[in-house]
Design a protein around this ligand. Structure first.
Ligand code: NOJ
Length: 553
């Protein structure tokens, strides 16, 4: 199968066109605004943008309710603007991934409108119907507490339709070959317009059997191979990044044993264990999660993230671990969501403590996989808990201290810009941080540069080096004879650690590639060092000529 493995050493930046930059003053972000910010993104050093849904939509689930797959929502611009944008990104060496939301459509999609209006319609079987209310209609809701059921009676046709998510998002009958063909057509369309692939929404539900009689839905994994094959035939370097929050033993089904299904998956397992480690200073569950997700095909890659546009889902932790994370990072009820997660942005979760924020991001850039950062994180943006559900962490980008944070010249932004408190735009904004060499923004730029210069992380094998302290994580990566040792302390006090590389005679001196803390082994052949609270080090072994060395391989 043709392949280009660019995603192995990429840095992905996720943004929503709607809240990034408004060019025409109507309060809604748009492609022309985003286009003007491409140099900013190029300067940050990211190599790929993941665009959240921007196709025509009534916007009841932030675009995850599409009503026309072949268009740009007019509020964001035109297809022409989209192509200008992908072209501009390409000029700067940035690839574009887009959300592919095909588990369901909006109930305003013409397919659904036709399907509900006429039982003989050719689109009837594109959705999932039942004459009576299925017994399990009150099970399996993805948004418990907000969503009441997974089957809703359609007044027009008198039958019930299935919806895994909100009732305005009827599930597509993805087992129907015509629906599958349409999904390929949608992918083909956007590939032709310059994208390098898709973040595929809700993959386990896309491939699950659906229907009133289905008690335990089985996954139709072959569908993933069909998607993959189609993409590779059309454009060999295009990929799918799967949103699939599944247990580790299922991962290989998604990647495919021979790497013939999804190229990338988000590592939800590591994500949750990482937050537990930050809450408890106990990295053992994190190490276990990393080992449990270590096996994957050579071409498969994890997407490593901290926070995304949804709640931080803690559903796979044990009850006591979950409570530990809740009490550390989201103790109040209105910080929590759907009985399983925290809806805040990272900076307020960590109490704005820059040491902890840097620890978290350093981990994101150095855990096995490809980092996926979220717009606004590079400046430490906050949240607005007065907004409903997940909207609290989707507020507009804060560009400057001008009205509306420089996001729009209009007076009514699509969501309120954060204006008060410690995260208000008059002090947390891009313009200020650009001029401050010590800022989070400039630090992020440097970290991204380091990550790109450390392909061992994306390509290599990792080992966990023991230092007898579960509050400190030491990872050793090796790729093409180059070795990286990355150390993170989760402790809130200074700690002294010692460790040795059993098998690497070259590691007598560790060169600090971030700061000046080089380290030499002591007479007993061990490295010893004191780490400051939440301290971290990125080391390369083998001498100062590490850059030179890498270019030799
Ligand atoms: C997962 C997306 O991340 C979330 O934001 C959305 O609500 C659901 N899928 C439904 O599309």
């Amino acid at each position: 199968m043709i392949n280009d493995l660019w995603y192995k050493n990429a840095v992905v930046y996720c943004l929503s066109v709607e809240t990034f930059m408004d060019s025409n003053g109507d309060g809604v972000g748009d492609f022309q605004g985003l286009q003007r910010r491409l140099d900013y993104l190029a300067g940050l050093g990211i190599t790929a943008i993941w665009l959240m849904p921007f196709q025509t939509s009534p916007g009841r689930d932030d675009g995850y309710d599409v009503s026309d797959y072949y268009n740009v929502d007019p509020r964001y611009g035109t297809l022409g603007d989209f192509v200008e944008f992908t072209h501009g990104a390409k000029q700067r060496g940035i690839r574009v991934l887009i959300d592919l939301v095909v588990n369901h459509t909006s109930d305003e999609h013409p397919w659904f409108k036709e399907a509900r209006a006429d039982k003989d319609s050719r689109y009837r079987d594109w959705y999932v119907w039942s004459k009576t209310k299925p017994e399990n209609a009150d099970e399996g809701m993805v948004f418990p507490g907000v969503q009441k059921s997974t089957w809703t009676r359609d007044k027009q046709s008198g039958e019930y339709y299935f919806h895994r998510f909100y009732d305005f998002q009827p599930d597509l009958n993805t087992a129907n070959p015509l629906v599958q063909a349409e999904i390929l057509k949608i992918m083909g369309f956007w590939i032709q317009l310059g994208v390098s692939g898709f973040r595929m929404d809700a993959v386990p539900f896309v491939i699950a059997e659906k229907g009133a009689d289905v008690k335990k839905p089985r996954e139709q994994f072959e569908m993933l191979r069909a998607f993959r094959e189609f993409l590779q035939w059309r454009k060999g370097d295009s990929i799918i990044l799967a949103e699939a929050n599944v247990v580790p033993k299922e991962n290989l089904e998604y990647f495919g044993d021979d790497g013939d299904r999804m190229q990338m998956m988000f590592n939800f397992h590591v994500n949750q264990a990482l937050f537990y480690a930050m809450a408890s200073a106990d990295t053992r569950p994190l190490v276990k999660a990393m080992r449990d997700t270590e096996r994957r095909p050579k071409t498969g890659q994890w997407g490593v993230f901290l926070r995304n546009h949804d709640e931080l889902d803690l559903g796979r932790l044990t009850e006591s671990q979950r409570q530990t994370v809740f009490s550390a990072f989201g103790p109040e009820k209105d910080m929590q969501l759907y009985d399983r997660g925290i809806r805040r942005r990272l900076a307020p979760m960590l109490g704005g403590d820059v040491r902890r924020l840097k620890l978290a991001y350093s981990l994101m850039y150095s855990l096995p996989g490809t980092p996926v950062l979220r717009y606004g994180d590079e400046i430490g943006m906050g949240d607005d808990l007065t907004l409903p559900e997940r909207n609290c962490a989707r507020t507009p980008m804060q560009w400057s201290n001008e009205p509306q944070g420089g996001f729009t010249k209009g007076e009514k932004p699509v969501l309120p810009v954060i204006s008060d408190g410690p995260y208000g735009y008059d002090h947390v904004n891009v313009a200020f941080q650009r001029r401050d060499s010590e800022s989070m923004l400039n630090w992020t730029e440097r970290m991204i540069r380091m990550r790109k210069e450390a392909p061992e992380i994306g390509w290599g094998e990792f080992a966990v080096i023991d230092c007898d302290d579960p509050g400190v994580l030491i990872l050793r990566y090796e790729w093409r004879r180059n070795v990286l040792a990355i150390i993170h302390s989760f402790h809130d006090k200074p700690v002294e650690i010692s460790f040795r590389f059993e098998d690497n005679e070259d590691a007598s001196v560790l060169i600090d590639i971030l700061d000046g803390h080089d380290n030499h082994i002591d007479q007993g052949g061990k490295h010893r060092m004191v780490l400051e609270p939440y301290g971290f080090r990125w080391y390369r072994s083998g001498g100062l000529d590490y850059l030179l060395k890498r270019s030799e391989v």
